[in-house]
Design a protein around this ligand. Structure first.
Ligand SMILES: *[C@@H]1O[C@H](CO)[C@@H](O)[C@H](O)[C@H]1NC(C)=O
Ligand SMILES: *[C@@H]1O[C@H](CO)[C@@H](O)[C@H](O)[C@H]1NC(C)=O
Ligand SMILES: *[C@@H]1O[C@H](CO)[C@@H](O)[C@H](O)[C@H]1NC(C)=O
Length: 387
């Protein structure tokens, strides 16, 4: 390679490394559960005439949107922070916009549904596991919405493919509700562990399907450390101190379960990467949250394992009430709490997790590197630089 070419390549790589990742993608598409639902459940319940979503009422949304949007937090979620940091609008909920102007989907669309397990409720029922929130939906339901959306949004399969090729697709977090259902029902962990490969197979098949439609960049998050969740800490309260991490107060055996899911998920992602060499599959490690539990003061938190909004017990959590005023009390400073309602996190916690994902080491590969690899001239340059 001649030296002038090398200089040009070096300049290009330097330039690419400072360009915002947003330049690579035209839209964000998201699947998941309440950790990413920006309003689907709310709109679904409204259209069904039911109204049981706690996220439909104050104090949900109080910090950022100043009204309930259907997000299970006091403000923005991880997906919102990522969208904002990349210069995108908030990803609109499919159920909320599908009957409106379809140009709403240009910048992206969110299929994430609060309460939704990965697996079919009937498959879960066959294993004796109840649908924890009665969502009567699954990741399969979200994929059906996705296909329905593509049918109206693009005119030809190649047009759909183009749209998906330039989209950043978030597949998850999903699977948390499959486990919530099982644990909260009192099923012993030895009987829940065999569920993990099934949940992950469900996620893998969704990944394959989205890739078949044309997606080329996916972000697949693992689960949050459930052993630090006030809901789990309340259900599995124990007088035996050896179950707890003395520094964080989290339940070790439950965090180990999360690690087990996350490890299996990463192994599966490695196989999928081999199967689809032209696709970039990013693993997003929600262990980023552990930083908040390990060093709360560094992030401005003074309460990690007690819910901001709730009632009763050492963790301010009661599953019969959740976060619902006037039965629950709401903390004065949500930004000093990691947990919002005992199950979901505060906007402040989500902000730091998003920060850890985007700026830290919790995405593999990093989203900015995935972007550089996407530009053909630059990846060619990388090859020649190596030579
Ligand atoms: C849909 O939105 C686009 C862009 O905002 C606008 O140009 C178009 O007129 C809208 N179409 C309808 C039917 O409202
Ligand atoms: C506490 O748990 C540990 C480890 O599981 C066990 O060895 C020990 O016997 C338990 N202690 C009590 C008092 O139950
Ligand atoms: C936590 O921080 C808030 C705001 O800085 C403060 O008002 C509150 O008293 C603190 N609580 C504890 C237990 O330190």
């Amino acid at each position: 390679m001649d030296s002038s070419m090398k200089v040009i390549c070096m300049l290009m790589l330097l330039f690419a490394s400072v360009v915002q990742a947003s330049g690579c993608y035209d839209s964000i598409i998201s699947f998941g559960d309440s950790l990413a639902d920006t309003g689907n459940l709310l709109h679904l319940l409204r259209s069904n005439g039911h109204f049981v979503s706690s996220a439909a009422a104050f104090p949900y949304g109080e910090t950022f949107f100043h009204r309930p949007t259907g997000r299970y937090s006091d403000g923005r979620l991880i997906i919102d922070f990522i969208a904002q940091s990349m210069g995108f609008p908030f990803v609109p909920p499919y159920i909320g916009v599908k009957n409106a102007n379809k140009s709403n989907f240009i910048g992206g669309v969110n299929f994430a549904l609060a309460g939704c397990p990965a697996m079919d409720p009937s498959s879960l029922a066959a294993m004796g596991i109840e649908d924890p929130f009665g969502s009567d939906a699954s990741l399969g339901t979200q994929l059906n919405w996705f296909k329905e959306m593509l049918q109206t949004f693009c005119n030809t399969p190649s047009e759909c493919k183009k749209y998906l090729q330039s989209s950043l697709v978030f597949l998850g977090e999903i699977g948390g509700n499959d486990y919530n259902g099982a644990f909260w029902q009192g099923i012993p962990i030895e009987e829940i562990k065999p569920l993990v490969p099934k949940v992950i197979a469900t996620i893998a098949s969704a990944i394959n399907e989205v890739i078949e439609f044309g997606a080329e960049t996916l972000v697949v998050p693992g689960n949050l450390p459930i052993g630090c969740s006030p809901s789990y800490l309340t259900y599995f309260m124990s007088s035996n101190e050896s179950y707890y991490d003395s520094k964080t107060g989290c339940l070790n055996w439950l965090n180990e379960f999360t690690e087990y899911h996350n490890k299996l998920l990463q192994e599966t992602l490695n196989r999928l990467r081999e199967l689809h060499p032209h696709v970039t599959i990013i693993y997003a490690d929600y262990k980023a949250a552990m930083e908040l539990y390990n060093s709360p003061s560094k992030f401005g938190f003074n309460s990690t394992i007690s819910a901001c909004c709730g009632v009763g017990g050492p963790y301010n959590y009661n599953s019969n009430v959740g976060c619902k005023v006037p039965e629950s009390s709401v903390c004065e400073h949500p930004s000093s709490y990691v947990s919002w309602d005992g199950i979901h996190l505060t906007e402040a916690a989500y902000k730091w997790i998003a920060h850890g994902l985007l700026k830290g080491t919790y995405m593999t590969p990093r989203i900015s590197d995935a972007c550089i690899l996407k530009a053909p001239t630059i990846s060619h340059c990388k090859e020649t630089m190596k030579a």
